[in-house]
Ligand binder design. Structure first.
Ligand SMILES: Cc1cc2nc3c(=O)[nH]c(=O)nc-3n(C[C@H](O)[C@H](O)[C@H](O)COP(=O)(O)OP(=O)(O)OC[C@H]3O[C@@H](n4cnc5c(N)ncnc54)[C@H](O)[C@@H]3O)c2cc1C
Length: 186
């Protein structure tokens, strides 16, 4: 990430996945690290899918979480913590649905699960979508700002360590909120 972004990289289609472009970027990156020439024993990729606002989170007494619900961070595509956190919520609400008095109560609990997901992970995904949109618009500039501006880099490392989230940063740091709003406009 601290390496300079490749000029050849196009990111406009990353939401759908652009296998060949991503592969070129990886090869470039490996070469810049001086590791070109080593044959990888396994090389694979995977198309990750993010939910949209109206993607279902339940049907009847079935709740979906993690990848099945399209819950992952739109910018970094981090999915493990989203799977764990949504899995825990799904477990909690599955108990409530199992203990529901009737179908109406079960339905209410399923809606409450969807509400809990949207109020927590949904907010995080909203900030991630904005970050992704900025990155896609100006990948080189975004990359330079992220790696060259010390507070931004510190924030990024905290996010990747899991000690904070994008949504928390924006909520607790007015400067981050202002910077994001300014970049949205720019
Ligand atoms: C190549 C790759 C690299 C990734 N790298 C990262 C990363 O670096 N960091 C990160 O945060 N995320 C990463 N992700 C995403 C992350 O792995 C997923 O978001 C996360 O594992 C989702 O967890 P999950 O429990 O929802 O689904 P999964 O981990 O896919 O678990 C679903 C399980 O259900 C099983 N299953 C499916 N159908 C059935 C069935 N009918 N009956 C019984 N069992 C079934 C599957 O075999 C699987 O074990 C990566 C994903 C891929 C594919």
């Amino acid at each position: 990430m601290r390496e300079r972004a490749s000029r050849k990289l196009t990111v406009t289609n990353w939401a759908r996945g652009e296998g060949a472009g991503t592969k070129r970027y990886l090869e470039d990156f490996i070469a810049r690290l001086g590791l070109a020439g080593f044959e990888p024993s396994i090389s694979s990729g995977h198309l990750t899918r993010c939910r949209s606002d109206d993607s279902p989170l339940s049907r009847g007494r079935v709740l979906v979480c993690g990848d099945a619900a399209g819950l992952l961070e739109p910018w970094t595509r981090e999915g493990i913590s989203f799977a764990l956190r949504s899995g825990r919520l799904a477990g909690e609400w599955a108990v409530r649905i199992a203990e529901a008095h009737d179908a109406v109560d079960a339905r209410r609990q399923a809606l409450n699960y969807a509400f809990a997901i949207k109020a927590g992970l949904g907010v995080e995904m909203g900030v991630g979508r904005r970050m992704y949109a900025l990155f896609a618009r100006r990948p080189g500039m975004f990359h330079a700002a992220m790696t060259g501006f010390r507070p931004a880099w510190r924030a990024f490392t905290k996010i990747t360590r899991g000690t904070t989230t994008l949504a928390d940063l924006v909520r607790t740091h007015p400067a981050a909120r202002r910077a994001l709003a300014a970049m949205d406009k720019g």
